[in-house]
Ligand binder design. Structure first.
Ligand SMILES: Nc1ncnc2c1ncn2[C@@H]1O[C@H](COP(=O)(O)OP(=O)(O)O)[C@@H](O)[C@H]1O
Ligand SMILES: [Mg+2]
Length: 309
């Protein structure tokens, strides 16, 4: 399995933090990782590049007139008059995180996001308007499958071991493109009422999308697998999650990772600012090193579940 979408309907559950740290740990272990930021909030992008660089060099807020983000790719795909950039040309050069990785072939590449990605949904929805009833299914498959056809080919050519797509907290057309392009789905969640409430709904929406997309004709059908829920921001007391959280960690009908990430506001709050995910900081203090070991075991479990060799 190569392409995995990271998604939850709820924002603020630690999705981006988990994506950045999982990528960093996998790269540390020698994997070639591609990160694709598909959330208009751009938090994954800001975990690796500075806002100044993003604005001035990548055109991420639309003020420079040039755009080197995933939005330019969607714009090109949706508009015959615009050129569609190669996905590989959107990779941000010289990420600072490379300095923290050993010389073992592992790497992190990032395709950044743009504030205006939110509007891409409207343009793509336009491609679905006015389609005659008999052609709706075919047109839906075309619009939801835009990324799939290009990303799969690019990932094979560029020989990535794993691609992680940080999805927005919704189920719009951009998110559907991510899921249709994916072999697997990873669901980070905080063990509280609102963060777990949406999981059932997410799984149902995913099921409907797969049904809507597949024609049953075989080779073009998709079968993305739900890898499971990873609980984040766990509050540990007496060596285990506090009671109030444990109650929300008993999920039925969905697989739950045994690895969990505990809460630590101090180290997670500042890490994105220096462009190096927490797991690569080499913390020695016991409270910090337990977070590092949690991310390490998450990476091992993730590789087993996703079939990454
Ligand atoms: N394990 C954690 N402990 C404490 N704070 C965390 C943890 N994971 C994430 N955070 C913080 O929570 C906020 C939301 O995290 P983020 O990863 O951006 O969530 P999402 O992508 O789901 O919106 C950020 O300020 C982040 O620093
Ligand atoms: Mg996020």
């Amino acid at each position: 399995m190569q392409i995995v979408s990271v998604i939850n309907y709820k924002g603020g559950v630690g999705k981006t933090t988990l994506t950045a740290n999982l990528a960093a740990e996998l790269a540390f272990r020698g994997k070639r990782v591609l990160l694709l930021d598909m959330d208009a909030q751009c938090s994954l992008t800001f975990s690796f590049v500075t806002p100044d660089y993003w604005r001035d060099e990548l055109g991420g807020d639309g003020t420079t007139g040039s755009d080197k983000t995933i939005k330019s790719w969607f714009d090109g795909i949706g508009d015959d008059d615009l050129e569609t950039p190669e996905l590989g040309s959107l990779i941000v050069p010289n990420l600072k995180v490379a300095e923290s990785l050993p010389d073992n072939g592992g790497k992190i590449d990032l395709i950044p996001s743009h504030l205006g990605l939110i509007n891409v949904d409207l343009d793509l929805a336009y491609m679905l308007s006015g389609v005659p009833p008999g052609r709706v299914k075919r047109q839906l498959a075309k619009v939801y499958g835009l990324l799939r056809s290009h990303l799969g080919k690019y990932v094979a050519e560029a020989k990535y071991d794993i691609v992680l797509i940080d999805c927005p907290p919704n189920f719009n057309i951009v998110t559907k493109n991510a899921i249709v392009a994916s072999d697997g789905i990873l669901i980070p969640a905080k063990p509280d009422y609102l963060s777990t409430l949406g999981i059932d709904y997410l799984v149902r929406s995913y099921g409907s999308l797969v049904k809507e997309f597949n024609t049953g004709s075989g080779s073009d059908d998709i079968h993305p697998e739900i890898l499971g829920v990873v609980f984040t921001m766990i509050q540990i007391h007496g060596g285990q999650p506090i009671r109030a959280q444990r109650d929300y960690m008993q999920l039925s009908n969905i697989s739950v990772f045994s690895s969990q990430i505990r809460e630590n506001k101090t180290i997670f709050a500042s890490a994105p600012e220096d462009g190096i995910p927490v797991v690569l900081h080499g913390y020695k203090q016991p409270t910090y090193s337990s977070i590092v070991s949690e991310i390490e075991s998450l990476a091992v479990e993730f590789c087993e579940k996703a079939g990454v060799k």
